[in-house]
Each structure stands twice: as structure tokens, then as C-alpha cells.
Write a protein of this length. Structure first.
Length: 167
């Protein structure tokens, strides 16, 4: 009888240890998932909207932009300019928004290096998708900017379109 009680007691202890271990793994996994990305400036204090824009923007960036500009934003040699640590990205916000929709041909100087490969725009991207990509881009790789608002992107794209029409 005593050995049965002892065996039952050991089973209960093992069960409690397994439950505690499972809880710790869950808690660690939850904390890990909620941490900001190491190259992101989006914090847990950011608005839900900004966090959603960032996450969707990252997915869209990977789908539409990373083939040339790379997942880490470093570009590809002298073919495609970097977006990470890019003076062009930092100093030409409205142009970057326009480039996403309308592309560019001709020389572009980024960090003192000349790039002269045409970048096709992606006219199928909605204004919202461009706002999301811009939020990702401008809050990653040491860029620091608040959420890129849809109304601002729409205004900028309308100005780009008007400038393109008048050419």
C-alpha cells in the first residue's frame, strides 16, 4: 500500500512539473512572439493600426520588393540600390512613395553611388498597400518614422499622377 501511495505521489509530482514546464514554455513563446523585431522601430506601445500596417507591409515588401532590394534591404551590388541605411529613402519620402506605384528610369544616386537600372512601378498596389509597405520601410533598418497614413499616401500619389499627366 505504501509503495502504491509513493508511486502515486511521484506521478502527481511529475504531472505538476510537466504542467509547470508547459506553462513556462507557453509564457516564453508568448513573450517571444510579442517582442518587436530587432531591426524594427515598431514597439509594443505603437498603435494597433501601425503594428498592422507594419506586419502587412513586411509581407508585401517580401512579395514585391525583396527580389531586387533583398529581404534585409541591402540592395544588390550596383544593380539595385539599398533601402536600409539609404540617404535617398531618408531624404525623398514623397519620391519613394511615387516610385512604388510609378517606378523610375534613369540615374538614381544612393549613398553616393549611381544606380541606373529602371525600376518598374507596381500600379496594381492599392494606396493602402503602399502605405503599409512605406510603414514597414520607414520603421525598419534604422529608419524612424511614425505610421504612414493612407490619406497622405493618396495625396502624394495623386500629385505624382498629376505630374506624370502634365509631362
Amino acid at each position: 500500500m505504501r509503495s502504491e501511495l509513493k508511486a502515486e505521489s511521484v506521478k502527481m509530482k511529475v504531472k505538476y512539473i510537466a504542467i509547470a514546464f508547459g506553462f513556462l514554455l507557453f509564457a516564453f513563446g508568448f513573450q517571444h512572439c510579442s517582442e518587436k523585431k530587432s531591426d524594427s522601430n515598431i514597439s509594443s506601445a505603437s498603435s494597433v493600426k501601425q503594428q498592422q500596417y507594419y506586419v502587412h507591409g513586411e509581407q508585401l515588401y517580401i512579395k514585391h520588393c525583396s527580389n531586387c532590394h533583398q529581404k534585409n534591404g541591402t540592395g544588390l551590388g550596383l544593380l539595385y540600390p539599398p533601402l536600409a541605411k539609404s540617404d535617398y529613402v531618408d531624404n525623398n519620402f514623397e519620391s519613394v512613395i511615387c516610385l512604388m506605384r510609378y517606378g523610375i528610369e534613369g540615374e538614381l544616386v544612393v549613398n553616393g553611388k549611381s544606380f541606373n537600372k529602371a525600376m518598374p512601378g507596381i500600379p496594381s498596389l492599392s494606396d493602402l498597400e503602399i502605405a503599409e509597405i512605406a510603414t514597414y520601410l520607414y520603421n525598419t533598418w534604422e529608419h524612424q518614422r511614425d505610421s504612414i497614413e493612407l490619406k497622405d499616401v493618396s495625396r502624394i500619389l495623386d500629385n505624382c499622377r498629376q505630374a506624370t499627366i502634365s509631362k
